[in-house]
Design a protein around this ligand. Structure first.
Ligand code: CAA
Length: 244
């Protein structure tokens, strides 16, 4: 059984990815931030649905915390075959009002995390000649977004990282890709002010609705599979046509 690590795997999009990967037959390690209060309840609810996960509290913005986490995953579940860098936060504000704290927090959690986690698993993947790194970017990293100079910078950074690493590890059976969701019906998106959502976002989505986390999870499960071995350095955009 392959081992998959999903960072932020209990959140709005993360939970759908975790559930999908579990259904696809992986041993799934789900990470959440230290001090997360819903871990036990989440694991219990999943158990009731017949799903067994291992949960790890890790600060993805902190290199040592990631190192410790992956050492434990490897010991308890086995070497990591698939890493989904999904953990992310928003601290939206117009740039002129943006604090250094909110710039740093978003860059650390959304981009430095990709380095911190990938660094822990890449050597093993190369040794075993198989691996999947899937980075959850965002449509807003490609197009920019009013109020998200921090978030868009982090998500755009993932594209450069993905393509560069894909070049370096392609020969060794390791693929590296991004998935870029548009606006999904998750808590993160639903916290956008209603007026902004109704006037500035929804009318711009050609398919006329928010996306569902399951639609993104399906793409991620495909990228993780053997069938996607020839896809690397790619971005799969899933945004209802909002940005082409
Ligand atoms: N395009 C153009 N103008 C916009 C705009 C937009 N998308 N959003 C806001 N504005 C305008 C407002 O209409 C307003 O204009 P007026 O002064 O003429 O009335 C002005 O900017 C100020 O807007 P606010 O009153 O809302 O200002 P604020 O300081 O209270 O908040 C904001 C600014 C934080 C950017 C807020 O508008 C906001 O949260 N916008 C949504 C940002 C967003 O889309 N975030 C995505 C979160 S989901 C996600 O990130 C997941 C993903 O990957 C897609």
């Amino acid at each position: 059984m392959r081992v998959a690590v999903i960072t932020g795997g209990m959140g709005g999009l993360g939970e759908s990815i975790s559930v999908k990967m579990h259904a696809a037959g992986y041993r799934v390690a789900v990470t959440c931030s230290p001090g997360n209060k819903i871990v036990d309840e989440w694991l219990e609810n999943q158990k009731k649905e017949g799903r067994e996960f291992k949960a790890y509290q890790v600060d993805v913005a902190d290199f040592d915390s990631c190192q410790e986490c992956i050492a434990r995953v490897t010991k308890e579940l086995g070497p990591v075959d698939v890493l989904v860098n999904n953990a992310g936060i928003t601290r939206d504000s117009m740039f002129r009002k943006m604090s250094k704290e909110n710039w740093d927090a978003v860059l650390r959690t959304n981009l430095y995390s990709v380095f911190n986690m990938t660094k822990q698993v890449i050597e093993g993947m190369l040794e075993r000649n198989w691996g999947r790194i899937i980075n959850v970017s965002s449509m807003n990293g490609a197009k920019g977004q009013f109020g998200q100079s921090n978030y868009a910078a982090a998500k755009a950074g993932m594209y450069g990282f993905t393509k560069s690493l894909a070049l370096e590890v392609g020969r060794k059976g390791v693929t590296v890709n991004t998935v870029s969701p548009g606006y999904l019906g998750t808590k993160m998106v639903l916290s956008v002010p209603k007026e902004v959502m109704d006037t500035k976002i929804l009318p711009l989505i050609p398919v006329g609705r928010l996306g569902s986390p399951e639609e993104i999870a399906d793409i991620i499960a495909f990228l993780a599979s053997d069938s996607a071995g020839y896809i690397t350095g790619a971005d799969i955009a899933a945004n209802g046509g909002q940005y082409m």
